[in-house]
Design a protein around this ligand. Structure first.
Ligand SMILES: Nc1ncnc2c1ncn2[C@@H]1O[C@H](COP(=O)(O)OP(=O)(O)OP(=O)(O)O)[C@@H](O)[C@H]1O
Ligand SMILES: [Mg+2]
Length: 574
């Protein structure tokens, strides 16, 4: 308790003595000197009165019933350093007086003492005590302040150490891991040690900068898990962050008038506050770390600063992982290009051999056909000999077909792209199909044309060849099941990875393709039919690839198959 009243204020003195006469005498005296006087007649009372009345000075008799003066000094000093205490002792007990000073008394007087001396000493002690108290209080205040400073510094230091710890752990993840997903998980879990979020999402902007994907989440429970979610960049606040490259802090999502879809979803899950920190790679925002809390104003500017500090290491980690991913993708496409090159080389070699073979085989075939004609004339009609001749002729036809297919497959093609009429072509193919040897009247053929007839360039001859091959396979699959069936052709518009295509599909109700067969149907010369050459589908594939198109196969065991040719459509001219 600080008493900084000016001196002219009335001072209070407590006289503690068991002698009533002394009380009377000293009381009158101090009152005449302008003091307010309080009385105590034993030690206990002296202690109580000191606590209650807080006198400026206690004049204490050494010898009193109960607690003696010395003990009173000790007990008062346990809680009170401010009150001045002066002891007076009987003659001859100086040792006791010294003891009292040690216990915390401010002065001691030996009886008898003149009133003049008494008042002089009392005033001097009060003034000295007051000065002392001011200095002591100031020192205490300083001590308290430096203690607070020390505590704050210690807390700040502990915070720093924790930050360094987490940063190091993320740095370790950088070195030990190159997998984007794993790094993202490390970030959302490690950051939780420093930042008070309830939920976190790392959203990566895809290379095309129109879409983004949720890489990792912390305690994800907004409906179904959103990890792996892909959505337009415009559906997130990340689009705003991407522009000014600064963190975005929203104190309460619920008081925002308009929110993009992803932020709305976060808000619907009961989350109120949001802090988005951009991840920059070469000055470009590549991802956003979304931190979110159930309470409004979860994040302070200090949190924002901390997250901005932490995001540096996170950016390096993510950048490395992205580079690694790109590298891996380049390797893969290089590998694909190599395989393709090898295939092309093989096909070129096959083409050369086929040309020679076709020439070598077709000449003797011509001779066989001529001889067959001569034989037919020589032999009487009907009979076994004519039957045998028919067999020879059929086999010769087959050989001729094989050579034809081989040439189709292996001949280096030059595409003749023209803006042909696809519907007319399909109709033509359907009309011709009924004359195919594999066609049976129990097979129903339907055709639907749903595509827009513009912007499509294709080689009419090659696409016709591909469609005929698919139809033949469809007929043969239905025939293989023995019974009626249906083949449906359909043309329609399609879009794959944002690019426009026209899709021509051939569906059949043949029994589907078993997995073991499915793996090999595009291998040249692979066939499951006794009369097949195994070149039908490889030719289809080749035609599609020459058009930079896509060939899709869907098949359901026991139900049927659909082969679809997707031909790229030129982008529509404005
Ligand atoms: N629509 C289909 N339904 C079921 N299986 C099919 C279908 N199309 C192809 N296959 C399977 O794929 C194999 C290869 O077909 P591909 O057209 O390449 O050769 P092929 O028909 O056997 O002989 P060809 O050279 O005379 O066409 C076929 O033998 C058949 O087993
Ligand atoms: Mg075939």
């Amino acid at each position: 308790m600080v008493r900084e009243e000016p001196l002219r204020i009335r001072r209070r003195i407590l006289i503690a003595d068991d002698n009533a006469e002394i009380h009377e005498m000293l009381g009158d005296f101090f009152m005449s000197e302008g003091f307010e006087v309080v009385h105590a007649f034993d030690g206990e009372e002296a202690i109580r009165q000191t606590a209650e009345n807080r006198p400026h000075l206690v004049l204490l008799d050494m010898r009193m019933p109960g607690e003696d003066g010395l003990n009173v000094v000790r007990r008062v000093r346990e809680t009170d350093l401010d009150t001045a205490i002066v002891l007076y002792t009987a003659f001859g007990s100086e040792a006791l007086g010294l003891e009292a000073l040690r216990a915390g008394a401010d002065d001691y007087l030996k009886k008898p003492v003149s009133l003049e001396v008494l008042i002089e000493r009392v005033n001097a002690v009060i003034i000295a005590k007051e000065g002392h108290n001011v200095l002591r209080h100031r020192a205490e205040q300083r001590m308290r302040e430096s203690e607070e400073l020390y505590r704050a510094t210690a807390a700040e230091l502990a915070g720093r150490v924790a930050t360094i710890d987490v940063t190091q752990e993320i740095a370790r993840a950088v070195l030990s891991d190159l997998d984007l997903q794993a790094i993202a998980h490390t970030i959302v879990t490690q950051w939780r040690r420093l930042l008070p979020y309830d939920r976190a999402y790392i959203v990566l902007i895809e290379n095309n900068r129109t879409n983004c994907v949720v890489l990792a989440t912390y305690a994800d429970d907004i409906g179904d898990s959103v990890e792996g979610w892909r959505f337009p960049l415009a559906d997130t606040l990340l689009a705003n962050v991407g522009q000014d490259r600064q963190p975005l802090r929203i104190a309460d999502l619920h008081s925002q008038p308009e929110l993009p879809a992803f932020a709305q979803r976060i808000a619907r899950a009961g989350l109120r506050s949001l802090l988005i920190v951009p991840v920059l790679v070469r000055d470009r925002v590549v991802a956003g770390i979304h931190l979110s809390g159930f309470e409004p104003s979860t994040f302070t500017s200090r949190h924002e600063e901390l997250a901005t500090e932490l995001v540096g290491t996170a950016s390096i980690a993510i950048q490395n992982a992205l580079l690694y991913r790109d590298l891996r993708e380049s390797y893969k496409s290089l590998e694909r290009a190599q395989v393709e090159l090898l295939r092309k080389e093989r096909l070129a070699a096959l083409g050369q051999i086929s040309a020679v073979m076709a020439h070598e085989v077709r000449n003797p075939l011509g001779v066989i056909y001529n001889s067959l004609g001569a034989f037919r004339k020589l032999l009487p009609p009907g009979g076994d000999a004519q039957l045998l001749l028919s067999i020879v002729e059929e086999e010769a036809d087959r050989l001729n077909r094989i050579i034809g297919s081989l040439l189709d497959f292996a001949r280096p093609t030059t595409l003749e792209l023209t803006p042909g009429d696809l519907s007319a072509l399909v109709e033509d193919v359907v009309r011709g199909a009924v004359t195919d040897s594999a066609y049976r009247p129990s097979i129903e053929i339907t055709a639907e044309y749903l595509h827009q007839p513009n912007g499509l360039l294709f080689d009419v001859h090659l696409v016709r060849q591909a469609l005929i091959n698919l139809l033949q396979n469809a007929f043969q699959a239905i025939e293989g099941r023995g019974g009626p069936g249906r083949v449906a052709l359909r043309t329609e518009d399609a879009e794959i990875e944002g690019r426009p295509y026209v899709k021509i599909s051939v569906s059949d109700t043949g029994g589907g393709i078993p997995d073991k067969v499915r793996e090999r149907i595009f291998d040249p010369f692979f066939t499951t039919r006794t009369m097949g050459t195994g070149l039908g589908l490889p030719i289809v594939k080749r035609v599609v690839e020459d058009h930079s198109g896509i060939l899709q196969v869907e098949t359901r065991q026991g139900e049927g198959s659909t082969f679809s040719i997707l031909l790229p459509r030129a982008p529509r001219s404005p």
